[in-house]
Structure formats: C-alpha cells, structure tokens
Ligand binder design. Structure first.
Ligand code: HEM
Length: 487
C-alpha cells in the first residue's frame, strides 16, 4: 500500500507516474517580467497534473482500453520546472537545492552548458562552449511540459498557457526561447526509440509508492527521486541534505536534446555482423547484425534482456513484466559471454557488478544512482532515401528527461563516470577493458565484448548519438510553487 506520509497531491505528476503521452511539447522559456510572472504563475498552477491526478488518468486510460472504446481518451498533462538561473531571476533563494558537499560544482548550480564541457564530454564548438543548437546556448529559466493524446489537445492547452503568461503580447511575463515537439513512434514502433529498441522498461521501483513490484533491481528509497524524503542524501553522504520546506517533494530534471544517427547506426550493424553466437552456431549476416545491436544495448529490439536470453530474441519474455527486468549479471563479474561490460544497460545500471567481490565496494550503493527516465522521441521516421544512402538527412532522436534527487549521483555520474569511462565496470581482475557505452559514451569510442567467442576483441565505432542541447531543472512541489515561487 502507498506510504501515507507520501503526499501525492503535492508532487508533480511526471516525476513518479510519468505524464501519459502520445505527444509532448517542451516550452523552454525566459522570465521577462518577474512581478507579473509570479502572479501569472498562480493562474497556471491549477493546470499542473499531480501524481494523484496522473494515477486517475492512467486508470481512466486502462478502463477505456479494457472497454475497447474507439480512439484515445483525450488527456493532457502539464508540469513546470525551473533552472538555477530561473530561481535567480525570480529572487527565490535556491541555496538548499545545492549539495553542500559540492558547492559551486553542483551541476544544478553550474548549469548544463558548463557541465557539458567540463563533465559530460559533449563535443565543443569553441573553448568552453558545447556544439549545441543556438537556443540552448542562451540562458533558459524554465521549462513547461505539455503531454497528451494528440497534437490538437496539446496545442489547445499550449494556447491556454500562452494566454496566462501573455506570450507575444505587451503584457508577456515570459518569452519562449524555443519549443520542441516529441512524438511516440507510430504503429508497432510505439514505445521503441529510433534505433528500434523498446525503451522505458527499467525504471526504479519507489518504496511506498509502487504497488506492483515485479522481480528486478532493488527497490529504491523515496529520496533517491524526491528531495526531502528518506534517502535524499546527496553526493556520498549518509545524512540528509537540509532542504528548505518549499524545496521538498520536488525532483531534479536532467533534460538532454539527443540526436540519433539512425541510418548510420544501421549501416554499422550491417557492416559488422557477429559471425557465430556464444555456442558456436554460425549466424546469417542478418542474425549477426541483430546480435551486434542487442549486445550494444544489452536488450534485443523486443526489450528481452540478453543476460537472460543471450543469443536469441524472446518476444514473450520481453512482454512479461515479471521476467523482463529480472536479471543482475549474476556470476558474470569477469565474463562478457552473455552481456558485454559496456552494453548500455550494464553501463547505466551495473546491478550485481558493483556488489559482488572482487569488485571494489562502491562509494555509494548502486540504488542511489538510479534515475527515473521519462523521455520521448522526436523527428520523423527514417525515409527510404536515408536508409539507402545510410546517411541522416532529417534530425531525429530522443528528448531525454530523467528525474533524481541528486544530479551528481544520478544523470551526471552515469554519463561522466560510467558511460564515458572505458575502465568501468572496474573489476579487480579485469579480463579486458570494457570501453565506452556504445550508445551515449563520449570520447574515443570503442568497446570489447561484442563478439561472444572473442571477448577481448575491440570494435571502434563512430558517434551515433549527438548531444545538441540541454539544461538542468528543478520540478518543485505544488506547495512550494504556491508558497514561495508564485505571488
Ligand atoms: C535503458 C536507449 C540515453 C540511461 C535504455 C534502454 C534503451 C535505451 C533501448 C533499454 C530499455 C530499458 O531498460 O528501459 C537509449 C537511447 C538514448 C539513451 C537511444 C539516447 C538517444 C541515455 C542516457 C542515459 C541513459 C543519456 C543516462 C546518462 C539509461 C538507464 C537505463 C537505460 C539508467 C536503464 C538501465 C537498467 O536499469 O537496466 N536506454 N538511452 N540512457 N538507459 Fe538509455
């Protein structure tokens, strides 16, 4: 049952329950009139969907499906989050959002533009400036998320929001820096990211919130995702960070504008098929390319984890929530036979790898590094011309969004210290260097373990995912918005 001390009407819906979406618009804004913004915000707050409301929406969607009613239930959800620059502009003291152990190096305080160059490894345009799209090089004060069943309903809500803030009128309190529309992919690709792999399978199960608990990674404390809740301890600390009241029941949102080179990725798979599976069975070129892709991600396109079914896809297993996340690289601390060390899901959630000797004890348990992923795809499907030429002509990718109570423990650490680190996971008797995360790793991109019969073999690869923008935000509680941010 749900922890009665968890106030679901105080927490923005996207954080714990994910706003239901076929489409999602992100409006990145600057505050141009502080006084008016704070009073406009009061009119905006009633539009925000809380966790409690999203749970109701989800139930209504399920009922609609069960009754086999036509079309999608018209549902729209709105959330809002602010950057450090936004709080500074508003004159809101956000010092208790900064981890005292990090001070000025706290990623929320420094902002992602700086972090991209110093820690995330994004390609640079000129000294100190990431090679990002122009709007993300400007200051961004906040983001409004609008999710819904259709463009029509999301756009209607957008107009209502723009009216509240007087956008494009002399009475405007915000200016839109840029806006991006993301769309779930069509038909059978629904839920799959643009390379074709099912996404959104493994998210942390939160103590006292989730009522359905499937076998899988350990349950996380509420404070791994929510500020001010048990376990909200910051970088390597065991004691809670003292948060101001308004800063509790919120979560940090890491947003990344990630472009995916899909035709190029497919060409790479085609050019490097694995010859034989781990049992020595000779594979057709197509099977070999599929296995290569699965070993880069750690799951088959269906979502089936290769740690459970290493050499053959298993769509039934993939669709079974009781089994599709129930693995921990057990007994494989020195083996890449089933799953390469650098496979994306092993890099970003190493599960047992960090818990079992001879692996060195991690500074903090792996559960404190879990993040709640809420991304959506953007851009069109690959065209025939692009597929034939093996070259991207239309921008597409992932609007990556992830919530956590500590950016330094969560997103930033995963990208910097795991994905971009060729020596991670760090086995004491490391048989071979893992290499970089083949999806998101930045640096000299290569990894071992792709060929199950030749784990030492290193395969170099170009970048398939290119970061073109982003920012760190804080998604406050409803009471924090009302009491401290709005006027
Ligand atoms: C899992 C794709 C970016 C962290 C996954 C999965 C896919 C995927 C297909 C497996 C499905 C699942 O377990 O839910 C991508 C793509 C990306 C991307 C295409 C970029 C375009 C990132 C970034 C991070 C990240 C930037 C964090 C730095 C994770 C985590 C998991 C995951 C934590 C779950 C691992 C687990 O618990 O097993 N991703 N990802 N991903 N990804 Fe990504």
């Amino acid at each position: 049952s749900v922890d009665p001390t968890l106030n679901l009407t105080n927490i923005q819906g996207d954080i714990l329950s994910g706003l239901p979406k076929k489409t999602q618009t992100y409006i990145f804004f600057d505050i141009t009139n502080v006084k008016k913004f704070r009073s406009d915000l009061r009119n905006f707050i009633p539009l925000i969907k809380t966790v409690a409301q999203v749970l109701k929406d989800r139930k209504a969607i399920d009922d609609h499906k069960k009754q086999k009613l036509p079309g999608l239930l018209p549902i729209v959800g709105v959330n809002i989050a602010f950057s450090h620059l936004g709080f500074a502009k508003l004159g809101v003291d956000d010092s208790t959002l900064v981890d005292p152990a990090l001070g000025d190096n706290d990623p929320f305080k420094s902002g992602q533009k700086k972090d991209a160059v110093t820690n995330l490894g994004d390609p640079v345009k000129s000294a100190g400036t990431p090679d990002w799209e122009a709007p993300f090089l400007q200051d961004i004060h906040g983001v409004i998320l609008i999710s819904g069943d259709s463009h029509l309903n999301v756009n209607k809500k957008r107009l209502a929001i723009e009216l509240i803030f007087g956008v494009n009128t002399p009475l405007a309190s915000i200016k839109e820096v840029t806006s991006i529309v993301g769309d779930v992919r069509p038909g059978d690709e629904s839920g799959h990211e643009h390379f074709g792999f099912l996404d959104g399978i493994s998210n942390p199960v939160v103590d006292g919130f989730d009522t359905v608990i499937n076998p899988g990674p350990k349950i996380v404390q509420q404070g791994v995702v929510l500020t001010g809740r048990p376990g909200d301890n910051g970088q390597g600390q065991t004691t809670p960070i003292p948060r101001a009241d308004w800063a509790k029941d919120g979560s940090f949102l890491a947003f990344r504008y990630l472009f995916q080179q899909v035709p190029e990725f497919n060409q790479f798979l085609k050019a490097n098929p694995i010859a034989k599976d781990g049992n020595g069975k000779v594979l057709t070129p197509e099977q070999g390319s599929d296995l290569l892709g699965a070993r880069m991600v750690g799951r088959w396109k269906s979502g089936a984890p290769i740690d459970i079914t290493p050499f053959q896809d298993d769509p039934v297993l993939a669709a079974d929530p009781k089994r599709n996340n129930d693995f921990k690289f057990e007994g494989e601390i020195n083996s890449q036979l089933r799953c390469p060390f650098a496979a994306h899901v092993r890099k970003t959630n190493p599960r047992n790898d960090l818990e079992v000797p001879p692996s060195p004890t991690p500074s903090i348990p792996v559960e404190l590094r879990r993040i709640m992923r809420r991304g959506v795809q953007f851009g069109p499907e690959v065209t025939k011309e692009e597929a034939t030429a093996g070259k991207t002509q239309h921008g597409r990718g992932l609007l990556f969004a992830a919530y956590q109570s500590s950016l330094a423990n969560g997103f930033q650490f995963l990208q910097h210290s795991w994905a971009n680190n060729q020596n991670f996971p760090p086995f004491e008797t490391q048989p071979e260097q893992p290499g970089l995360d083949p999806l998101i790793g930045q640096g000299t991109r290569a990894m071992s373990g792709l060929d199950p019969l030749n784990e030492q073999k290193v395969l170099a690869m170009p970048a398939f995912i290119i970061p073109r923008g982003g920012e760190y935000f804080f998604s406050p509680s409803l009471s924090g918005l009302k009491a401290t941010i709005a006027a």
